[in-house]
Design a protein around this ligand. Structure first.
Ligand code: HEC
Ligand code: HEC
Length: 499
């Protein structure tokens, strides 16, 4: 009898809560000043769940009728939603603090601080040595430029049809890749390569699988105007940003001009160079250097278990030779290598770097990718050909050139050979690669965009509709980088400064 009651109570509770959520959303839609259904849905997460939790605590489900619950909602809602709508209408402001792991230095610039700075360069340290320095990072941007870049990165206003953002293909939840073998553009056009992760991209000297861009600034303008990606043009992009409600003021804040105050009539014109700088600034803040591997490398022996250490040893061994190309601490030596990975069935051969007769030696050559956060960015390789890390690792032991088409004569890199790794060793490699995950500095996804557009649908995770308690702080008030995980970052390492 008791069980029966509990079950009844549970289903009654579910029914009441479901109805309540619908009513709450409906009431929010009807709230004066609510700009769109999307805003109402977003608020639902923040408000309705909060109120629901309060109500559940105070009201006995046994006695509460659905009608009473509905009345209570309608009675409470205007007060709460009024406050939040007002908060939403407040002008957006850029963060004045550097992201964690960056220190604020003179001239309002942010400088990266990492433990690896205490080590010497790669020279004389042996390939794959754990205590080796990082290459120079792109840093020195202002906090405001970094934060403006964050808004631009997530804003679909940047694409031709206002549907696709950089973050659509470089999704924070997917290691800043998109989980697809090859990306699709704003109009659904298929691309030809897989979206790479953007973690630690600020250390890279060359960008794209075929290393065709030399800087983040140069790279940023390419997807904006590529017909198979965001398909925009400079004229529309600049017009959209300049006429948007919030961007002109934000650009003026991020790119101040020294002028006597009051002499400027209106914000100066937004330029492509500023867009590129802000996007570069944001991307250079995507630092991932605190994985369990790093903790191990920096001296905490227990950070890796026995199997993972075995995997690290295979990775660094002269048999597998992974570290020759995927050299720690960045897990790439930033060079081009022809290794002969297969294209998916039906896809034409991708010549990579060697796409002209002069570069024939590099035909089939690609930039060695970083393996940081690699567990998050399946499928793998330029073509997204391998679904798992085991498959990717197995490729290297299947025989030199085994996947090269018969009519292609590629000059394979000499480290690609016949290491004859056992199935156990291959699995150990994949187990080790999973220790390279660190997302503690994941930046916050904006809840509100300066354009007023909703976030692209692919970025609206199921959590929007979940019953989890809503977060109380707005990302604008707190540091945009203040996710809960950010607390676990290694303490700032400033030994070098004190030396
Ligand atoms: C349609 C999906 C898509 C969109 C939208 C997109 N990218 Fe990419 N991105 C890719 C793909 C695919 C590649 C690899 C292309 C290649 O190598 O030829 C790439 C490469 C990159 C790289 C080079 C990374 C490396 O390791 O070499 C950077 C940086 C980057 N994108 C940043 C951006 C920025 C900034 C935006 C917005 C302005 C953006 N992307 C928009 C799919 C996309
Ligand atoms: C000669 C240099 C070289 C060596 C040695 C090497 N790799 Fe690679 N690796 C590359 C290149 C180049 C790519 C990209 C190839 C492509 O996209 O076709 C790559 C891609 C990968 C990827 C996919 C990365 C991504 O973002 O999709 C993984 C995983 C990987 N390698 C693991 C390993 C392992 C494990 C070993 C050792 C068994 C190894 N690599 C040895 C050059 C190398």
């Amino acid at each position: 009898m008791k069980t029966m009651n509990t079950t009844n109570l549970m289903s009654r509770r579910t029914a009441v809560l479901t109805l309540w959520t619908h009513l709450c959303t409906l009431a929010l839609c009807k709230t004066p000043g609510m700009p769109s259904l999307h805003s109402a849905l977003r608020l639902r997460r923040r408000l309705c769940t909060k109120m629901q939790t309060m109500a559940i605590k105070t009201i006995s489900m046994r006695t509460m009728s659905m009608q009473a619950m509905a009345l209570l909602t309608i009675a409470l809602l205007p007060n709460v939603s009024h406050a939040t709508t007002a908060d939403d209408a407040a002008p957006l402001q850029l963060s004045g603090s550097c992201p964690p792991s960056f220190e604020h230095i003179a001239d309002n610039r942010c400088r990266l601080v990492s433990r690896y700075q205490a080590y010497d360069s790669l020279q004389n340290k042996g390939v794959g040595g754990t205590k080796t320095a990082l290459p120079a990072a792109r840093d020195g941007f202002s906090p405001q430029q970094i934060d403006l870049g964050r808004y631009l990165f997530f804003d679909p206003l940047l694409s031709a049809n206002h549907r696709q953002a950089c973050a659509s293909c470089h999704q924070p939840a997917k290691g800043f890749a998109d989980g697809k073998a090859v990306s699709t553009g704003a109009f659904g056009q298929p691309g030809s390569r897989s979206a790479p992760s953007l973690w630690n991209v600020g250390f890279l000297k060359k960008l794209f699988w075929d290393a065709r861009a030399d800087s983040l600034e140069q790279q940023a303008l390419i997807p904006l105007f590529a017909p198979h990606e965001m398909a925009n043009n400079a004229e529309q992009l600049l017009a959209d940003l300049s006429t948007s409600p919030a961007y002109p003021a934000l650009f003026a804040e991020a790119f101040p001009i020294d002028e006597p105050s009051g002499s400027r009539q209106q914000p100066p014109r937004i330029t492509l160079a500023q867009i590129a700088t802000a996007l570069a600034a944001f991307q250079s803040s995507l630092i991932s250097l605190n994985s369990r591997y790093d903790q191990y490398a920096l001296g905490y022996q227990d950070a890796l278990n026995e199997n993972e250490i075995k995997g690290l040893n295979v990775f660094r061994s002269f048999v597998a030779r992974c570290a020759e190309c995927h050299t720690p601490p960045l897990f790439t030596n930033q060079q081009i290598a022809v290794i002969g990975t297969p294209e998916p069935a039906g896809m034409p051969f991708d010549p990579g770097v060697g796409n002209t007769p002069e570069k024939a030696k590099l035909r089939g050559g690609f930039k060695v990718p970083t393996l940081r956060n690699i567990a998050k960015t399946a499928p793998y390789m330029h073509s997204g050909r391998f679904a798992t890390l085991d498959e990717a690792a197995e490729f290297y032991t299947k025989g030199r050139g085994h996947a090269v088409p018969k009519d292609e004569h590629l000059q394979l890199h000499w480290h690609i050979w016949e290491p004859k790794l056992s199935p156990d060793e291959i699995h150990q490699l994949s187990v080790f690669l999973q220790t390279l995950t660190d997302e503690s500095l994941l930046p916050a996804t904006p809840t509100r965009l300066p354009s007023g557009l909703p976030l692209p649908a692919e970025l609206l995770g199921p959590e929007l509709f979940s019953q989890q308690p809503a977060t109380t702080s707005t990302p604008h008030a707190a540091s945009p980088f203040a996710g809960p995980a950010a607390r676990h970052v290694f303490p700032t390492f400033n030994q070098r400064a004190s030396q």
